[in-house]
Design a protein around this ligand. Structure first.
Ligand SMILES: [Zn+2]
Length: 141
């Protein structure tokens, strides 16, 4: 729990939100600055900043709920696709320091897109992929 956290303020009832899902460990509510029609956030009740700080079972619940809400947006809003997005850390565009999963319903020509860095056009060779994978395999807890 953090007094300064905008999501904890919502969870405490100190700030308003429009909810689409609630259970004992996660809630979901409408993003107040939606990227697309029906953009929602799935938020654990317990304050944690980064994805790695969230208990496994709660993180899995958040993704299960995100998947369910993406399907509900397809059924109710006419979305024809969805992006699930986690901004894990400021460098990854995390704006609220309380872990959350974005559910972004998608529609044809909705204007949302991805920008890739220039190196995307020069993919690494197999040897470099092996080096990177070795580092990652060695760092798993
Ligand atoms: Zn919080």
């Amino acid at each position: 729990m953090s007094d300064e956290c905008a999501f904890c303020q919502i969870l405490n009832g100190e700030s308003p939100a429009t909810f689409t899902y609630e259970d004992d460990s996660v809630v979901a509510f409408m993003d107040i600055q939606p990227i697309t029609h029906g953009h929602m956030l799935v938020v654990p009740r317990k304050h944690a900043v980064l994805m790695s700080d969230v208990e496994d079972s709660v993180a899995m619940r958040a993704f299960r709920v995100a998947r369910r809400l993406a399907a509900a947006a397809r059924a109710s809003l006419g979305a024809t696709g969805a992006n699930l997005f986690v901004a894990d850390g400021e460098v990854a565009f995390q704006d609220v320091p309380h872990f959350h999963v974005h559910v972004i319903p998608r529609y044809p020509n909705d204007g949302f897109g991805l920008t890739f860095p220039p190196a995307y056009d020069r993919p690494p060779g197999r040897a470099e992929l092996e080096t990177i994978a070795t580092a990652i395999r060695g760092a798993q807890g």
